[in-house]
Design a protein around this ligand. Sequence first.
Ligand code: FAD
Length: 419
Amino acid sequence: MDATTVIIGAGHAGLAMSRRLAERSIDHVVLERGEVANSWRTERWDSLRLLTPNWQSRLPGYGYEGEEPDGFRDMAATVAFIERYAEVVAAPVETHTTVTSVRGGDDGYEVATSRGTWRARSVVLASGACNIPCVPAVAGLVPSGIATLTPMEYRNPDQLGEGGVMVVGASATGTQIADEVHRSGRPVTLSVGEHVRVPRVYRGRDIKWWMDRVGVLDERYDEVDNLDRVRSLPSLQLAGSDDLRTVDLNSLTDIGVKLIGRLAGIGHGKAQFSGSLPNVCALADLKMSRLLDRIDEWVVDTGLEGAVEPPHRFEPTRVESSPPLGLDLTSGEIRTIIWATGFRPDHSWLDVPVFDRRGRIRHDGGVVEAPGMYLMGIPFLRRRKSSLIDGAADDARDLSAHLAAWLDGNGRRPHAAEV
Ligand SMILES: Cc1cc2nc3c(=O)[nH]c(=O)nc-3n(C[C@H](O)[C@H](O)[C@H](O)COP(=O)(O)OP(=O)(O)OC[C@H]3O[C@@H](n4cnc5c(N)ncnc54)[C@H](O)[C@@H]3O)c2cc1C
């Protein structure tokens, strides 16, 4: 089977690229191991809602059409939205087709799948950024008798045994799960490392509205000082809900969640925690204030001061000055550990030498270091918004332009930042 371009993955990123290629009349196929929007169907917990408001899902040729632009989709609505997008753009998706290897061929690539091999001049990797939960090596030292699970295995509190739960990681996933599990009657201890604190609402508007307007989300990969660092930043401590409540460390303390430092090790049945909790919280508070300062400056510069609520600041994160540095995991206090310690992509099927020493794909703004190969949907690929649904439109526009120029074979491979 032949196509000019093979796109791997029918999440929103692969579908956005499909739409951009169709606009340029580049023939292509989208290969998907499950159904359209497979990650949202199979890999998320029951109560999850998007933390981006409904309006913030502007895909090429499609966007939110309902009556609640400021609401937050649950998983069923998210799947329906992406499914509808695939229909609207008539994406040529081959479902239940798992890519098992991609190899360099005579004139492009050979893409082997569970349903035959495709030959293509170019390949777009849109297989997701969050395929595998990152679990720290110390997980192997957890005493037997304590159940452990990842956010991909977690569905709801009913699947957990009774007793205390330690959630490791305090970004979007960890704080949301800690909140839900604690409210179910299982006392939660939350291990907190570096995190990014933001309020849900500031000066009467959603924080995502501000970040969009002020231009934070449009910051480009070739404009930031330390790209490696921004690409590895944790997700915002944020949750989507009807009552627009802020889920942060103070709200968790208010309901009785116990905060401890970053999990540093496990030895002889005891968990050891870093003493840096007050520092990481102070740093997150400082960075939040800087974001709010930037918003306030923008309000002044654009003359919007009368139109929005006055500026204010939030209570600093409340933490014990000397939080406990150890916890006996054999005492029976903790019965379950949930590793909310991030996710990483799975490109284990990619048999092309494009990986760096840490196993990450070498690319320049999504233009992979292999001719005709492109990457979509990973954090800060080309912009701060690249990993969001809302980021795919611009990235797919840029990368499809690059891909088209490359296919034209006009003798010059454009620089990634030029497009
Ligand atoms: C818990 C969580 C909450 C999030 N919340 C938000 C939010 O509120 N708002 C927001 O904008 N973003 C959110 N994101 C981020 C982002 O939108 C998702 O990571 C999104 O799924 C990325 O889209 P994608 O199309 O790149 O990847 P995916 O949606 O993961 O799509 C990749 C597709 O590739 C397929 N695939 C993978 N490997 C293969 C293979 N070998 N062969 C064939 N097919 C394959 C998968 O089945 C999948 O369908 C969230 C992410 C997570 C993990």
